[in-house]
Design a protein around this ligand. Structure first.
Ligand code: GTP
Ligand code: MG
Length: 307
């Protein structure tokens, strides 16, 4: 007999629900911030620059009543490079594999033609689509109503929730709405697991995030990170990570290294601190830089990076 039936004999316990939910939207609208806030864990990297997320990032939220598997995706935009095209394809493909969609729009930015194109894609969706108007902490209440109106015109008949992913505003309501719309089903992942990304992948992403945060112009967009070594030394409570930052151009290399290696040191130090917190042990991180001319246009190099 379960706890619920002994406690409330007349109350019937809700069936367990589970499913996959895509998080989509234009670049920089706050998709990865939302994923991290919903989970209370950092699984996706975040930066003020658009096109930060390049792969599909899984985040798992398990409660007593449900398991939601969130799929954070790269921003949908007019792709020019091969890498951008692959990123957008990842996002669009995800729409076919889920039980529901969170479509994020930026209340502080412009709602424009790219949002209209996304709306068109979502118009025929049979599963629940929730429109989340994000970054409401940056707009006055008076400006919100016309924006909500605009959203309802873009995609009629769908629930619209104004949120602040950064401040956590209205996120419990979002979770409640998602849960209600999920099909009955079992857990896909064991309790306690909050992502299926490997530690190697997360390590590469944390390093890439620091490149995004610390460098400017086209440098972050031409950078990719691969892990060359990831060795756990249990007896020393230490993980040794050796990673390579691939850069597209010879001219980017001295910038990534910095004056007397200052930039590379800063990238490494910040990534190491975060990795130590995530992995719960000391991390020895060694970074290398390699020029891979035009790797973002090379199909094989992109596949190597999981794109
Ligand atoms: N003020 C405010 N800033 C936010 C909010 N949500 C996200 N941001 C900021 O917006 C920027 C972009 O956030 P991300 O989560 O990386 O956006 P994204 O949609 O995942 O971006 P891509 O991966 O590039 O598509 C970051 O600087 C965030 O701190 C919010 O609710 N309020
Ligand atoms: Mg992102």
């Amino acid at each position: 007999m379960t706890k619920a039936t002994t406690k409330h004999k007349s109350e019937k316990r809700q069936p367990f629900r589970s499913g996959y939910i895509a998080i989509v939207g234009r670049p920089n609208v706050g998709k990865s911030t939302l994923l991290n806030q919903l989970l209370g864990e950092k699984v996706a990297i975040v930066s003020p620059k658009p096109q930060t997320t390049r792969n599909r990032i899984t985040g798992i939220k398990t409660t007593a009543d449900s398991q939601i598997v969130f799929l954070d995706t790269p921003g949908i935009h007019q792709a020019r490079s091969l890498m951008s095209r692959r990123m957008v394809d990842i996002a669009l493909q995800t729409l076919y594999e889920v039980n529901g969609v969170l479509w994020l729009l930026d209340a502080h930015g412009r709602i424009g033609p790219e949002d209209e194109r996304i709306a068109e894609t979502l118009r025929g969706a049979e599963n629940p689509v929730f429109i989340l108007l994000n970054k409401i902490d940056l707009v006055s209440k008076g400006k919100l109503l016309p924006l909500i109106q605009r959203c309802s015109e873009l995609l009629p008949g769908r629930e619209i929730v104004p949120i602040s992913a950064l401040k956590g505003e209205n996120l419990p309501l979002v979770l409640e709405l998602i849960e209600k719309g999920l099909p009955e089903g079992q857990k896909f992942f064991p309790e306690g697991e909050f992502t299926d990304q490997s530690e190697r992948f997360i390590a590469a992403e944390f390093i890439r995030e620091k490149v995004f945060l610390l460098t400017r112009e086209e440098i972050p967009y031409g950078a990719g990170v691969s892990i060359d070594e990831f060795t756990e030394k249990d007896e020393k409570n230490l993980i040794v990570i050796k990673a390579t930052i691939h850069t597209e151009r010879e001219s980017h290399k001295p910038i990534l290294i910095g004056k007397r290696g200052a930039m590379l040191k800063e990238i490494g130090q910040r990534a190491r601190e975060e990795l130590e917190a995530l992995l719960g042990c000391r991390v020895y991180l060694e970074l290398f830089i390699r020029v891979d001319q035009g790797w973002t246009q090379n199909p094989y190099a992109l596949t190597e990076m999981g794109l």
